[in-house]
Ligand binder design. Structure first.
Ligand SMILES: NC(=O)c1ccc[n+]([C@@H]2O[C@H](COP(=O)([O-])OP(=O)(O)OC[C@H]3O[C@@H](n4cnc5c(N)ncnc54)[C@H](OP(=O)(O)O)[C@@H]3O)[C@@H](O)[C@H]2O)c1
Length: 272
Protein backbone atom coordinates (compact mmCIF):
# COMPACT_ATOMS: atom_id res chain seq x y z
CA UNK A 1 0.00 0.00 0.00
CA UNK A 2 1.49 3.36 -1.00
CA UNK A 3 0.44 6.88 -0.08
CA UNK A 4 -2.13 7.77 2.52
CA UNK A 5 -4.36 4.70 3.02
CA UNK A 6 -7.18 6.89 4.34
CA UNK A 7 -7.26 9.04 1.19
CA UNK A 8 -10.59 8.81 -0.66
CA UNK A 9 -9.64 11.06 -3.60
CA UNK A 10 -11.24 9.80 -6.80
CA UNK A 11 -13.82 7.70 -4.91
CA UNK A 12 -17.56 8.09 -5.25
CA UNK A 13 -19.67 7.73 -2.11
CA UNK A 14 -23.44 7.41 -1.77
CA UNK A 15 -24.80 8.25 1.67
CA UNK A 16 -28.39 7.18 2.28
CA UNK A 17 -29.89 9.21 5.11
CA UNK A 18 -27.39 11.87 4.03
CA UNK A 19 -30.04 14.47 4.84
CA UNK A 20 -30.11 13.42 8.51
CA UNK A 21 -28.09 14.41 11.56
CA UNK A 22 -25.58 11.56 11.55
CA UNK A 23 -25.67 10.89 7.80
CA UNK A 24 -24.80 14.49 6.90
CA UNK A 25 -21.88 14.51 9.37
CA UNK A 26 -20.56 11.23 7.96
CA UNK A 27 -21.04 12.58 4.41
CA UNK A 28 -18.88 15.54 5.41
CA UNK A 29 -16.20 13.20 6.77
CA UNK A 30 -16.10 11.24 3.51
CA UNK A 31 -15.95 14.49 1.53
CA UNK A 32 -13.15 15.81 3.71
CA UNK A 33 -11.17 12.65 3.01
CA UNK A 34 -11.51 13.42 -0.72
CA UNK A 35 -14.56 11.44 -1.89
CA UNK A 36 -17.25 12.81 -4.19
CA UNK A 37 -20.45 12.48 -2.21
CA UNK A 38 -24.01 11.85 -3.38
CA UNK A 39 -26.50 12.77 -0.66
CA UNK A 40 -29.50 10.43 -0.74
CA UNK A 41 -32.78 11.02 1.09
CA UNK A 42 -36.44 11.47 0.22
CA UNK A 43 -36.38 15.24 0.79
CA UNK A 44 -34.83 16.79 -2.29
CA UNK A 45 -34.53 20.26 -0.71
CA UNK A 46 -32.67 18.84 2.30
CA UNK A 47 -30.39 16.78 0.04
CA UNK A 48 -29.63 19.93 -2.00
CA UNK A 49 -28.86 21.85 1.19
CA UNK A 50 -26.40 19.23 2.42
CA UNK A 51 -24.77 18.92 -1.02
CA UNK A 52 -24.38 22.73 -1.29
CA UNK A 53 -22.80 22.82 2.18
CA UNK A 54 -20.30 20.12 1.19
CA UNK A 55 -19.51 22.07 -1.98
CA UNK A 56 -19.00 25.28 -0.05
CA UNK A 57 -16.50 23.35 2.07
CA UNK A 58 -14.60 22.51 -1.13
CA UNK A 59 -16.00 19.06 -1.94
CA UNK A 60 -17.71 17.67 -5.01
CA UNK A 61 -21.26 16.73 -4.06
CA UNK A 62 -24.70 16.13 -5.50
CA UNK A 63 -28.20 15.66 -4.19
CA UNK A 64 -29.54 12.23 -5.11
CA UNK A 65 -33.16 12.19 -3.94
CA UNK A 66 -34.58 8.69 -3.58
CA UNK A 67 -36.60 6.45 -1.28
CA UNK A 68 -34.62 3.47 0.05
CA UNK A 69 -37.82 1.39 0.02
CA UNK A 70 -38.74 2.12 -3.59
CA UNK A 71 -36.95 0.04 -6.19
CA UNK A 72 -37.78 2.33 -9.11
CA UNK A 73 -36.59 5.40 -7.30
CA UNK A 74 -33.32 3.63 -6.39
CA UNK A 75 -32.85 2.48 -9.99
CA UNK A 76 -33.31 6.07 -11.17
CA UNK A 77 -30.76 7.23 -8.59
CA UNK A 78 -28.23 4.64 -9.80
CA UNK A 79 -28.69 5.82 -13.39
CA UNK A 80 -28.32 9.48 -12.39
CA UNK A 81 -25.19 8.75 -10.36
CA UNK A 82 -23.56 6.60 -13.02
CA UNK A 83 -24.28 9.12 -15.78
CA UNK A 84 -22.73 11.89 -13.71
CA UNK A 85 -19.81 10.25 -11.94
CA UNK A 86 -19.77 6.52 -12.67
CA UNK A 87 -20.60 3.79 -10.15
CA UNK A 88 -20.39 4.09 -6.36
CA UNK A 89 -17.23 2.84 -4.63
CA UNK A 90 -18.62 3.54 -1.16
CA UNK A 91 -22.18 3.00 0.06
CA UNK A 92 -23.01 4.27 3.53
CA UNK A 93 -26.46 3.14 4.65
CA UNK A 94 -27.51 5.73 7.23
CA UNK A 95 -31.23 5.92 6.39
CA UNK A 96 -33.14 4.56 9.34
CA UNK A 97 -34.75 5.32 12.63
CA UNK A 98 -37.70 4.60 14.86
CA UNK A 99 -41.37 5.64 15.02
CA UNK A 100 -43.35 6.66 18.10
CA UNK A 101 -46.12 4.17 17.31
CA UNK A 102 -43.59 1.32 17.43
CA UNK A 103 -42.69 1.95 21.08
CA UNK A 104 -43.85 -0.12 24.05
CA UNK A 105 -43.94 2.36 26.88
CA UNK A 106 -46.13 3.68 29.69
CA UNK A 107 -49.80 3.07 29.00
CA UNK A 108 -48.99 1.45 25.68
CA UNK A 109 -48.45 -2.23 26.32
CA UNK A 110 -47.03 -4.80 23.96
CA UNK A 111 -50.59 -5.76 23.08
CA UNK A 112 -51.45 -2.24 21.95
CA UNK A 113 -48.59 -1.91 19.49
CA UNK A 114 -49.74 -2.38 15.94
CA UNK A 115 -47.90 -5.02 13.94
CA UNK A 116 -47.91 -2.52 11.08
CA UNK A 117 -45.83 -0.08 13.10
CA UNK A 118 -43.38 -2.88 13.94
CA UNK A 119 -43.24 -3.92 10.28
CA UNK A 120 -42.61 -0.35 9.13
CA UNK A 121 -39.61 0.02 11.42
CA UNK A 122 -38.24 -3.35 10.33
CA UNK A 123 -38.71 -2.34 6.74
CA UNK A 124 -36.99 1.03 6.94
CA UNK A 125 -33.97 -0.14 8.93
CA UNK A 126 -33.45 -3.62 7.49
CA UNK A 127 -35.03 -3.76 4.02
CA UNK A 128 -34.01 -0.11 3.62
CA UNK A 129 -30.41 -1.24 4.06
CA UNK A 130 -30.72 -4.22 1.73
CA UNK A 131 -32.36 -2.36 -1.18
CA UNK A 132 -29.64 0.29 -1.65
CA UNK A 133 -27.09 -2.53 -1.47
CA UNK A 134 -28.94 -4.30 -4.29
CA UNK A 135 -29.08 -1.08 -6.29
CA UNK A 136 -25.59 0.38 -5.80
CA UNK A 137 -23.81 -2.90 -4.99
CA UNK A 138 -24.35 -4.45 -8.40
CA UNK A 139 -21.50 -2.42 -9.89
CA UNK A 140 -19.33 -3.35 -6.91
CA UNK A 141 -20.01 -7.02 -7.58
CA UNK A 142 -19.18 -6.50 -11.27
CA UNK A 143 -15.92 -4.64 -10.65
CA UNK A 144 -14.87 -6.50 -7.50
CA UNK A 145 -14.34 -3.21 -5.72
CA UNK A 146 -16.32 -1.35 -3.05
CA UNK A 147 -16.95 -0.65 0.60
CA UNK A 148 -20.41 -0.94 2.12
CA UNK A 149 -20.97 0.51 5.58
CA UNK A 150 -24.24 -0.09 7.41
CA UNK A 151 -25.46 1.75 10.48
CA UNK A 152 -26.41 -0.45 13.41
CA UNK A 153 -27.17 0.61 16.98
CA UNK A 154 -26.50 -0.23 20.62
CA UNK A 155 -29.98 -1.80 20.53
CA UNK A 156 -28.80 -4.57 18.20
CA UNK A 157 -26.82 -6.80 20.55
CA UNK A 158 -28.51 -5.89 23.83
CA UNK A 159 -32.06 -4.75 23.16
CA UNK A 160 -33.04 -1.45 24.75
CA UNK A 161 -36.37 -1.13 26.54
CA UNK A 162 -39.29 0.44 24.62
CA UNK A 163 -37.81 0.20 21.07
CA UNK A 164 -38.94 -3.33 20.23
CA UNK A 165 -39.04 -3.10 16.43
CA UNK A 166 -35.99 -0.88 16.14
CA UNK A 167 -33.89 -3.30 18.23
CA UNK A 168 -35.00 -6.28 16.13
CA UNK A 169 -34.31 -4.38 12.91
CA UNK A 170 -30.81 -3.35 13.96
CA UNK A 171 -30.04 -6.92 15.09
CA UNK A 172 -31.00 -7.81 11.53
CA UNK A 173 -28.61 -5.16 10.20
CA UNK A 174 -25.73 -6.76 12.16
CA UNK A 175 -26.62 -10.18 10.79
CA UNK A 176 -26.99 -8.84 7.23
CA UNK A 177 -23.59 -7.16 7.54
CA UNK A 178 -21.90 -10.44 8.45
CA UNK A 179 -23.85 -12.47 5.91
CA UNK A 180 -23.03 -10.09 3.10
CA UNK A 181 -19.38 -9.70 4.12
CA UNK A 182 -18.94 -13.46 3.66
CA UNK A 183 -20.95 -13.52 0.44
CA UNK A 184 -19.11 -10.53 -1.04
CA UNK A 185 -15.63 -11.89 -0.30
CA UNK A 186 -16.51 -15.33 -1.67
CA UNK A 187 -18.61 -14.32 -4.67
CA UNK A 188 -17.19 -10.93 -5.71
CA UNK A 189 -13.64 -10.97 -4.37
CA UNK A 190 -11.77 -9.46 -1.45
CA UNK A 191 -12.13 -5.95 -2.85
CA UNK A 192 -15.77 -5.73 -1.77
CA UNK A 193 -16.04 -5.30 1.99
CA UNK A 194 -19.09 -4.93 4.20
CA UNK A 195 -18.94 -3.53 7.72
CA UNK A 196 -21.13 -1.61 10.14
CA UNK A 197 -20.86 1.11 12.72
CA UNK A 198 -22.93 0.88 15.90
CA UNK A 199 -23.25 4.43 17.21
CA UNK A 200 -23.88 4.89 20.90
CA UNK A 201 -26.25 7.67 21.93
CA UNK A 202 -26.25 10.83 19.85
CA UNK A 203 -28.87 13.52 20.26
CA UNK A 204 -30.80 13.67 17.00
CA UNK A 205 -34.23 14.83 15.90
CA UNK A 206 -35.84 11.43 16.45
CA UNK A 207 -34.55 10.77 19.96
CA UNK A 208 -34.14 14.28 21.41
CA UNK A 209 -37.28 14.04 23.54
CA UNK A 210 -36.22 10.59 24.79
CA UNK A 211 -32.83 11.87 25.93
CA UNK A 212 -33.26 15.53 26.88
CA UNK A 213 -35.83 17.68 28.65
CA UNK A 214 -36.82 21.04 27.16
CA UNK A 215 -34.27 22.79 29.40
CA UNK A 216 -31.44 20.59 28.07
CA UNK A 217 -31.07 18.45 31.19
CA UNK A 218 -31.16 14.68 30.61
CA UNK A 219 -34.46 12.84 31.00
CA UNK A 220 -34.51 9.86 33.38
CA UNK A 221 -33.70 7.63 30.42
CA UNK A 222 -30.97 10.03 29.23
CA UNK A 223 -29.43 10.06 32.72
CA UNK A 224 -29.45 6.27 32.89
CA UNK A 225 -27.70 6.12 29.51
CA UNK A 226 -25.06 8.61 30.67
CA UNK A 227 -24.54 6.58 33.86
CA UNK A 228 -23.93 3.56 31.65
CA UNK A 229 -21.52 5.42 29.32
CA UNK A 230 -18.03 5.47 30.87
CA UNK A 231 -17.17 8.70 29.02
CA UNK A 232 -20.25 10.28 30.61
CA UNK A 233 -21.54 12.14 27.57
CA UNK A 234 -23.66 11.75 24.46
CA UNK A 235 -21.83 11.45 21.13
CA UNK A 236 -21.24 14.34 18.75
CA UNK A 237 -21.92 13.44 15.10
CA UNK A 238 -18.25 14.21 14.32
CA UNK A 239 -17.25 11.36 16.66
CA UNK A 240 -18.21 8.99 13.82
CA UNK A 241 -15.89 10.61 11.25
CA UNK A 242 -12.68 8.66 11.80
CA UNK A 243 -14.41 5.28 11.84
CA UNK A 244 -16.39 5.93 8.67
CA UNK A 245 -13.29 7.07 6.76
CA UNK A 246 -11.31 4.10 8.04
CA UNK A 247 -13.99 1.61 6.95
CA UNK A 248 -14.49 3.33 3.58
CA UNK A 249 -10.80 3.41 2.75
CA UNK A 250 -7.94 1.04 1.99
CA UNK A 251 -6.77 1.52 5.59
CA UNK A 252 -9.25 -1.26 6.47
CA UNK A 253 -8.44 -3.47 3.44
CA UNK A 254 -8.44 -6.71 5.52
CA UNK A 255 -11.48 -5.79 7.62
CA UNK A 256 -14.87 -7.17 6.66
CA UNK A 257 -17.92 -8.34 8.60
CA UNK A 258 -17.28 -6.25 11.72
CA UNK A 259 -19.61 -3.96 13.65
CA UNK A 260 -17.61 -1.17 15.26
CA UNK A 261 -19.14 0.46 18.35
CA UNK A 262 -18.57 4.23 18.55
CA UNK A 263 -20.16 4.70 21.92
CA UNK A 264 -17.92 6.20 24.61
CA UNK A 265 -17.54 2.71 26.14
CA UNK A 266 -21.29 1.94 26.55
CA UNK A 267 -21.00 -1.52 24.98
CA UNK A 268 -18.01 -2.50 27.10
CA UNK A 269 -19.55 -1.48 30.42
CA UNK A 270 -21.27 -4.10 32.55
CA UNK A 271 -22.71 -1.44 34.84
CA UNK A 272 -20.39 -2.09 37.83
N1 LIG B 1 -29.04 9.34 16.74
C1 LIG B 1 -28.59 8.26 17.41
O1 LIG B 1 -28.32 8.30 18.62
C2 LIG B 1 -28.41 6.96 16.70
C3 LIG B 1 -27.83 5.92 17.41
C4 LIG B 1 -27.63 4.71 16.77
C5 LIG B 1 -28.00 4.55 15.46
N2 LIG B 1 -28.58 5.57 14.78
C6 LIG B 1 -28.91 5.33 13.38
O2 LIG B 1 -28.19 6.26 12.60
C7 LIG B 1 -28.93 6.51 11.39
C8 LIG B 1 -29.14 8.00 11.24
O3 LIG B 1 -29.86 8.47 12.36
P1 LIG B 1 -30.04 10.02 12.70
O4 LIG B 1 -30.05 10.16 14.17
O5 LIG B 1 -29.08 10.83 11.89
O6 LIG B 1 -31.54 10.23 12.22
P2 LIG B 1 -32.23 11.35 11.32
O7 LIG B 1 -31.55 12.67 11.49
O8 LIG B 1 -33.68 11.26 11.59
O9 LIG B 1 -31.94 10.82 9.86
C9 LIG B 1 -32.66 9.77 9.29
C10 LIG B 1 -32.37 9.78 7.81
O10 LIG B 1 -33.04 8.69 7.19
C11 LIG B 1 -33.58 9.17 5.97
N3 LIG B 1 -34.72 8.34 5.57
C12 LIG B 1 -35.75 7.93 6.32
N4 LIG B 1 -36.60 7.19 5.59
C13 LIG B 1 -36.07 7.13 4.34
C14 LIG B 1 -36.48 6.52 3.14
N5 LIG B 1 -37.58 5.76 3.06
N6 LIG B 1 -35.69 6.68 2.04
C15 LIG B 1 -34.56 7.42 2.10
N7 LIG B 1 -34.11 8.00 3.22
C16 LIG B 1 -34.87 7.87 4.32
C17 LIG B 1 -34.01 10.60 6.27
O11 LIG B 1 -34.03 11.34 5.07
P3 LIG B 1 -35.37 11.94 4.37
O12 LIG B 1 -36.27 12.38 5.48
O13 LIG B 1 -34.84 13.05 3.52
O14 LIG B 1 -35.91 10.81 3.58
C18 LIG B 1 -32.83 11.05 7.13
O15 LIG B 1 -31.78 11.51 6.31
C19 LIG B 1 -30.23 5.70 11.52
O16 LIG B 1 -30.05 4.45 10.91
C20 LIG B 1 -30.37 5.52 13.02
O17 LIG B 1 -31.13 4.40 13.32
C21 LIG B 1 -28.79 6.79 15.37
Amino acid sequence: MTGNPYDLAGRTAVVTGGTGVLGSAMAAALAQAGARVAVLGRREDAAERVARQLESDGATAMALPADVLDEDSLKAAVTRLENAWGPADILLNAAGGNRPDALVHGDKTLFDMSPDAFRTVLDLNLTGTLMPIQAFGRAMADTGHGSIINISSMAARKPLTRVIGYAAAKAGVDNLTQWLAVHAAQAWGEGVRVNAIAPGFFVGEQNRALLLNDDGTPTDRGARILDHTPMGRFGNPEDLSGTVVWLASQASAFVTGVVVPVDGGYDAFGGV
